[in-house]
Ligand binder design. Structure first.
Ligand SMILES: [Zn+2]
Length: 765
């Protein structure tokens, strides 16, 4: 009776998770809702839930209407503001040498006036720095503080010069500014727009770098990029470590000057590749951060609004769910193309905010410039913020529920992805997560170092082409499967060590039930990239076929032999082949495995007369199922359907991925949402209740950004399995303000939502 087992497993996990939750957030148990957050003595960075930023331009000191903006803070129920203070230019009269005043500052102390106004209104202030560039007079005064290329020429960004992270600019100049601002204005903390110096694309050869790198490694700075050169790898690690030193130094400085809660929080990106390019080690940063200020302002066509909810969960997985992640959300036309002074269509800005809030982000409206002729932007945040204030108790102090964990690591993006992280890492990730979202299956990103920590909440782990894994990470996956957990691995997962060096075989070959037939080819990077990039006219043959005949057209007179097909092929009864596009190579397959799809090699598309399969059947596996002694179900998918789905959007690929996920998780999925549309679903637990976000992305799935019209969908039938402490008998709808009839039956609660325009939040208690 798999259903009974599933239920018991879920209860056990739920009980474990609840006790862990109570231990993590003691204020949760007595629970007068989340009013505790404001009433308890939480530090400011844990209770400031709504943020705003007017990013000051250098002309603004002549026209900044502070009274008007105070009204805007009030209208939007903003609790914290980010105010430009110093860095490239100062918005206050600074005494730090070479800290140049903004062009039109005149004698005005704009930062001081704004900081005072905010404090008078009861708002907290993040003083915003930008410590990544300097003007020419600074460079002339201290040429040895600036990054240079191999010929000694300074690295420049436009007219400005880029300081070297290993110079006194970061060790002395920035700390002096931080101290001055704390002593004079007492902001609650500091952010920094761009704090991590020169990115990975450029190498600094200044004297400071040469000396420090030699002291660490005994070697010269590498001449250029070579991922296989140990010196280059060491240079990468050294750069990561230096950014953490800067993080720690800035925090020591601000705390020494302003007290233990006067933190420096930098800013971080919503893209792991972006963090890699900037040498920002997300996991290490989150281990030392009190709050993450997320600079991730708009959606891309490739990843959609759903990326915002996902990145929220990924960062919370590192940071913890008791800390906050405000996200800069552009009210101007950010992205492609960017128009700083034009309003973003309200629907586009709104869905980005709502999906981020669904994932656990705090909103942070962001305008560039204090004066606008396009005033439509001022109306975008207000209704979202008003709703957020009214329902804030449901939006924090909560833990996500998901039975599927998708594994990632930044080291994999660096050392397996190298210069092609989009192709090798991000596309496979996106294909898996998009298949999950499309099937409305709740999931969480799980860092490869956190598998042991988080394993108890998952029924299934997915490795989306996770090539580079350490032995310890491999061992964690193995333990998870030995305890009965399910596993899906795709493509080249486990085929490389943490530096991206090839292994002789898949490290989990015994679980996959498959082994490399030609291990010598693994190191061929150019070939790997070509295979991932190209689309060939290839297919996958589903096994066993519905009928044995492949040598001629099928004649549909006999009844279909459906029971020959494995449940993961459900929905494909009327086809024996699926479009593929990739290229597969032979593998050695263990006895006892099931090969459910095999490769059909490329044949011509054009002219049509030639479009017939030359080799309709091979034994090259595309999909392998295995089961383990511990009872875990393992899927190995050599066919890169994850990457293909992200790129080609063929529903067959998404459907097959969803089937595989359900099977390997033994159908232990705590939520089901039926009805039309693309709905991003997020499920959370609070003491004695569940919170379910449904974000309607249907309008956005049909064409490119920006979306300017919201199209309602419904009715939606929601089925959820509440944990034991939740009765699951009544439901409140926080957006449509309706009550919904709940039917509780055999451990499931069922309800219907008539219609969702942009989002709905269900509170089930
Ligand atoms: Zn340098």
């Amino acid at each position: 009776m798999p259903e009974v087992e599933t239920r018991r497993d879920f209860l056990k996990k739920a009980a474990l998770a609840t006790s862990a939750l109570a231990a993590a957030v003691p204020s949760l148990l007595p629970a007068k809702d989340a009013r505790v957050r404001s009433s308890a003595k939480l530090p400011w960075h844990r209770r400031t839930l709504r943020w705003g930023q007017t990013n000051i331009t250098e002309i603004d000191p002549t026209r900044y209407d502070i009274a008007w903006w105070r009204q805007h803070w009030k209208r939007t129920h903003t609790q914290g503001v980010i105010i430009n203070a110093g860095g490239i230019v100062a918005y206050y009269p600074s005494r730090v040498p070479l800290h140049r005043p903004a062009q039109y500052l005149g004698g005005r102390d704009l930062f001081g006036e704004l900081c005072r106004a905010a404090h008078e209104d009861g708002l907290v202030v993040f003083a915003r720095m930008d410590s990544n560039r300097a003007h020419e007079e600074f460079y002339r005064a201290h040429p040895d503080w600036f990054a240079v290329d191999a010929t000694g020429r300074p690295h420049k960004a436009g007219d400005l010069f880029v300081p070297c992270v290993n110079s006194p600019y970061y060790d002395e100049h920035i700390p002096a500014i931080l101290r001055e601002i704390v002593e004079r204005y007492h902001p609650e903390g500091f952010t920094d727009n761009s704090w991590s110096g020169l990115g990975r694309g450029s190498i600094c050869y200044c004297e400071n770098c040469r000396r420090k790198f030699r002291a660490r490694s005994g070697q010269d700075i590498p001449r250029g990029k070579d991922w296989n050169d140990p010196a280059y790898r060491e240079w990468i690690r050294w750069n990561y470590d230096r950014r953490l030193e800067i993080w720690d130094l800035n925090n020591r400085t601000t705390k020494a000057a302003g007290g233990p809660d006067c933190i420096w929080a930098g800013m971080n990106s919503g893209s792991i590749s972006g963090q890699c390019q900037s040498f920002r080690d997300y996991k290490a940063i989150c281990e030392r951060a009190e709050i993450i200020m997320l600079d991730h302002q708009a959606r891309s066509d490739a990843t959609g609004f759903q990326h915002n909810g996902e990145v929220a969960k990924l960062i919370h997985g590192l940071l913890g769910w008791d800390k906050l992640i405000p996200e800069s959300m552009a009210m101007y036309q950010a992205g492609r193309p960017t128009f700083r002074l034009a309003s973003k269509p309200a629907a586009e800005a709104r869905l980005w905010m709502l999906d981020g809030i669904a994932g656990g982000l705090q909103p942070w409206w962001h305008h560039v410039s204090a004066y606008h002729e396009d005033r439509r932007r001022y109306h975008t945040a207000e209704p979202v913020y008003r709703w957020h204030k009214e329902h804030e108790q449901f939006l924090v102090n909560r833990r996500p529920i998901a039975s599927v964990g998708v594994v990632w690591s930044q080291q994999n993006t660096d050392f397996f992805g190298r210069d092609d992280a989009d192709l090798l890492v991000e596309l496979p990730w996106r294909g898996i997560t998009q298949a999950l979202i499309r099937a409305r299956i709740p999931y969480l990103p799980v860092h490869a170092d956190h598998i042991d920590r988080d394993a108890s909440q998952y029924s299934l782990l997915v490795l989306p082409n996770l090539g580079a894994m350490s032995d310890a990470q491999i061992a964690s996956v193995r333990r998870f499967v030995e305890h009965g957990g399910g596993l899906i691995a795709t493509g080249e997962s486990t085929l490389f060590n943490e530096w991206g060096d090839p292994r002789p075989d898949f490290a989990l070959a015994d679980l996959f039930g498959a082994h490399l037939a030609n291990p010598q080819r693994v190191g061929d990077e150019a070939r790997r990239k070509r295979k991932a990039n190209d689309t060939a006219h290839t297919y996958l043959r589903l096994n066993p076929e519905r009928r044995a005949r492949v040598d001629g057209p099928h004649i549909d007179t006999e009844p279909p032999v459906r029971d020959e097909r494995h449940p993961v092929l459900r929905g494909f009864e009327e086809t024996d082949v699926l479009p593929f596009g990739g290229v597969l190579e032979p593998l050695r397959v263990d006895a006892g495995t099931q090969v459910l799809a095999t490769f059909v090699p490329a044949f011509p598309i054009y002219p049509p007369e030639t479009a017939w399969m030359r080799e309709p059947k091979t034994d090259i596996p595309g999909l392998i199922l295995n089961s383990t002694a511990g009872g875990g179900r393992v899927v190995f998918l050599p066919a890169d359907l994850d990457r293909r789905f992200a790129r080609d959007n063929l529903p067959d690929h998404g459907d097959l991925l969803a089937n595989l996920i359900r099977w390997a998780a033994k159908d232990d999925i705590p939520l089901s949402v039926e009805g039309p549309g693309l709905i991003d679903c997020h499920l959370y637990r609070q003491p004695s209740r569940l919170v379910i976000h449904l974000v309607n992305l249907t309008s956005t799935g049909t064409w490119r950004q920006p979306v300017d019209e919201l199209i309602p969908v419904g009715p939606l039938r929601v089925r959820v399995k509440p944990p034991p402490e939740v009765r699951g008998k009544t439901a409140r709808l926080l957006v449509s303000k309706q009550k919904s009839q709940v039917t509780a039956d055999r451990g499931w609660s069922r309800l219907e939502i008539r219609s969702v325009i942009d989002h709905e939040v269900i509170v089930l208690s």
